[in-house]
Design a protein around this ligand. Structure first.
Ligand code: NDP
Length: 337
């Protein structure tokens, strides 16, 4: 049983030395327990937060403990009446080959799911985040302009496509020409602006001639700086993530922009609301699964997954995800299915 543990806490961007690969015998399930074989491991931006011991909505991973993470596993052995070997389950085994569970918190995916790994993406936590943040907090209306960054990731791509289903003009922000082309040609966004461009703020303003009614905040930083003056009266800003700052070790240089932000919120009566998907919307998962399941089945939403081979790739892949090196939902294939 291989497992990645947190060796030390990062200062700034995580580095390989913050992780350590350990090997131990495959654990044996006791009475009432099951043995899970990890097939897919999800990598997500929040993992950077768990590596740090700064106060947050969830406790940090302890030094020497297995890195946390959502997983899709097969049941290898079962001493539990409700689980049969061979079944697929969604769980939270973390960065390891095997885990023992008493079944609590596991979601059954059946004997033969069509796309088991999608439970970590469009049909799982990131899809749910996109759906609730946009529809419940963003309240998009037909004809409005919606802007979303990290536009080709699992959250952003889903936000933009739901925005199109609701009749919005959707402008994405992404890193690089290839991602922007994909957002327009495959995801159906009206425009997508490369945030690496020197004149990014001007390009964004040109793409939003009627201002911005909903800004779904995934990244913060210079993207938010460019968005702020474009926000319309009564705009809604679901604050989902601030990934551009997850590796930051200090506040950005430059003038204090808090008065500008507060003044804009006041004068334009803008609503900004943060949310943590599981904690705020866990009770609405059925609603999401039904509507998203129907959209996906009907082919109304596109989904791009970046499958990376081998548990050994996890640290480098997480480091890359935080820098935008991924293209689509990052999933580690830990074992063959
Ligand atoms: P992604 O797969 O989209 O990965 C993050 C992306 O952020 C990168 O690929 C990169 O895309 C972009 N990015 C990184 N650095 C910068 C930067 N400096 N400026 C602009 N963009 C940058 O991640 P997810 O779809 O999984 O998550 C998106 C956001 O949603 C994250 O902030 C995450 O923390 C948040 N989240 C929040 C939840 C909640 O409950 N509140 C739940 C789940 C996710 P590009 O190359 O296109 O710039």
């Amino acid at each position: 049983n291989r497992r990645w543990v947190l060796a030390s806490r990062p200062h700034g961007a995580p580095v390989a030395e913050n992780f350590r690969l350990e090997e131990s015998p495959v654990p044996a399930p006791g009475e009432g327990q099951i043995l899970l074989r990890t097939v897919y491991l999800s990598l997500d931006p929040y993992m950077r937060g768990r590596m740090s011991d700064a106060p947050s909505y969830s406790p940090p991973v302890e030094i020497g403990a297995v890195m946390v993470g959502g997983t899709v596993s097969r049941i290898e052995q079962s001493n539990h009446p409700d689980f049969t070997p061979g079944e697929w389950v969604l769980g939270y085994s973390g960065w390891q080959d095997y885990a023992v569970s008493d079944g609590s918190g596991l979601v059954k995916l059946g004997e033969n799911p069509e796309h088991p790994s999608w439970a970590l993406g469009i049909m799982g936590m990131p899809g749910f985040t996109a759906y609730m943040g946009l529809l419940d907090i963003g309240q998009p209306k037909a004809g409005e302009t919606l802007v979303v960054a990290a536009a080709t990731g699992p959250v952003g791509a889903t936000v933009g496509q739901i925005g199109k289903l609701k009749g919005c003009r959707v402008v994405g922000v992404a890193g690089g020409a290839e991602k922007c082309r994909y957002a327009i040609e495959t995801l159906g966004f009206d425009q997508c602006i490369d945030h690496h461009a020197d004149d990014f703020a001007e390009q964004l303003a040109q793409a939003c001639p009627a201002g911005i009614d909903v800004y779904y905040e995934n990244v913060g930083g210079k993207v938010f700086d460019a968005v702020l003056p474009l926000l319309n009266t009564s705009a809604r800003v679901p604050v989902c993530g601030l990934v551009s700052g997850y590796n930051a070790t200090s506040l950005p240089d430059g003038p204090d922009r808090l008065p500008l932000l507060m003044g804009t919120l006041l004068k334009k009566r803008i609503s900004m609301q943060g949310f943590i998907i599981g904690q705020d919307y866990g009770h609405r998962i059925d609603e999401f699964q039904q509507e998203m399941g129907a959209w996906v089945k009907a082919g109304k939403l596109q989904y791009r997954e970046q499958l990376i081979d081998g548990l050994e790739s996890a640290p480098a892949s997480l480091i890359g995800l935080l820098e935008g090196k991924n293209f689509g939902k990052v999933v580690i294939q830990v074992a063959k299915n």
